[in-house]
Design a protein around this ligand. Structure first.
Ligand code: SAM
Ligand code: SF4
Length: 361
């Protein structure tokens, strides 16, 4: 008989990971979901940590072939929040009971490093919040300055470990080779908690390369792992099909809800103690139960949106984003209801990476 415990632990091989990615049999997949849920419960418990997301700017100097914020998209109405607005959002996040704020933006050099450092200091002085940044591939001096100002964590998805595909969909800036793995290593050296991750179903992405991505989660021992489906944006070359990476149809990873659950579950199994969100992109594919299913199959974090509504609609990475019109208060109520409906609890405190099993029964 198939022995779940023998196959599904941290030592799972890349070949086994790939065969799970190709697995379509519902009864077999139940074993994957059960193993991921057990590993999640034993290592990070039943708490679901809420991170208040603040999308502080949609300007970007990059030309990522997948993203609506790319600089070539002239149809996007650009904004940059003021320092006062960002700090007010952080206060709101605290009032709503969140232990972390995540400040995210395009790679926007209109965000001066010192300006953001001052905001980080103010938040850390006034509130008991962890501060997570997701500001793209900023220079080392900026990453150092923000860490010194008190930032705790940094998210930078490597998107795909297939370098040829990465180069195609994520062009370098002039005179600057993009090496997100090197930046992630540097962030770790600075003492940040570090988050990597991928898009699932990128045109040109094979099951073998996605299995390698999951192995990279393990090798890098990420504190946080973000993954979500690639959602085509018709204002981008990868979304229209104008850019068409070469791949045999049988090898292409589908950008489906099912594939996203498999990646969440396998990420949990290879990195038992990581913080893993059930993402908005996943909720966009299944607005009814996507969040809950992600949480039941390995995830332990959700990121309610705290961006003011007038800006949120302009942070259009891809179309049809879930939760675009709900206020921060509505998001909080809705997510709390979803968490309680699956017999989980809302996390207390900052919810940082833990390094010991909390529930070994
Ligand atoms: N600029 C920063 C960066 O690139 O890391 C942070 C913001 S960026 C919008 C955050 C993430 O959005 C990216 O890492 C990428 O995985 C995701 N993303 C961009 N376009 C997407 C799309 N069309 N479908 C799904 N996810 C997408
Ligand atoms: Fe800019 Fe990030 Fe979008 Fe790339 S993914 S265009 S870096 S916002």
């Amino acid at each position: 008989m198939f022995n779940v415990n023998a196959m599904l632990d941290e030592n799972i091989t890349i070949t086994e990971i790939e065969s799970w990615l190709r697995q379509e049999n519902a009864a077999e997949l139940e074993k994957l979901w059960a193993a991921a849920d057990r590993v999640r419960r034993e290592n990070v418990g039943d708490e679901v940590h809420l991170r208040g997301l603040i999308e502080i700017s949609n300007y970007c100097v990059r030309s990522c072939a997948y993203c609506g914020l790319r600089k070539e998209n002239k149809q996007l109405d650009r904004y940059r929040m003021s320092a006062e607005e960002v700090i007010e959002c952080a206060h709101k996040a605290h009032k709503l009971g969140y232990g972390t704020v995540v400040m995210q933006a395009g790679e926007d050099y209109g965000i001066r490093a010192q300006w953001l450092a001052d905001i980080i200091k103010t938040i850390k002085n006034e509130l008991p919040l962890a501060v997570t940044l997701s500001m793209g591939e900023r220079p080392q001096e900026d990453l150092c300055l923000w860490r010194k100002a008190g930032a705790d964590r940094y998210l930078l998805r490597f998107e795909t470990s297939d370098l040829k595909l990465y180069k195609l969909i994520h062009p370098d800036l002039a005179n600057k080779t993009s090496d997100r793995f090197a930046i992630l290593k540097f962030l770790r050296e600075l003492g940040y908690e570090v988050g990597g991750g991928v898009m699932i179903g990128i045109p040109g992405q094979s099951c073998a390369s996605l299995a390698n991505d999951i192995d990279m989660f393990r090798k890098c021992d990420f504190d946080m792992i973000g993954s979500g489906p690639f959602i085509p944006n018709l204002l981008t070359p990868l979304g229209t099909g104008e850019l068409k990476p070469d791949i045999a149809p049988a090898d292409q990873v589908p950008a489906t809800e099912l594939m996203c659950y498999k990646v969440v579950a396998l990420a949990r199994i290879v990195c038992p103690q990581a913080n893993i969100p059930s993402t908005t992109a996943l909720a966009t594919l299944n607005k009814e139960t996507g969040r809950e299913l992600g949480l039941s199959r390995g995830a332990n974090v959700v990121m309610p949106n705290c961006t003011p509504l007038k800006y949120r609609v302009k942070y259009e990475i891809y179309p049809g984003k879930a939760c675009i019109n709900e206020t921060a208060e509505q998001c909080q109520m809705c997510l709390a209801g979803r968490i309680y409906s699956i017999a989980r609890t809302i996390g207390k405190g900052q919810g940082g990476r833990i390094r010991t099993r909390i529930n070994a029964d």
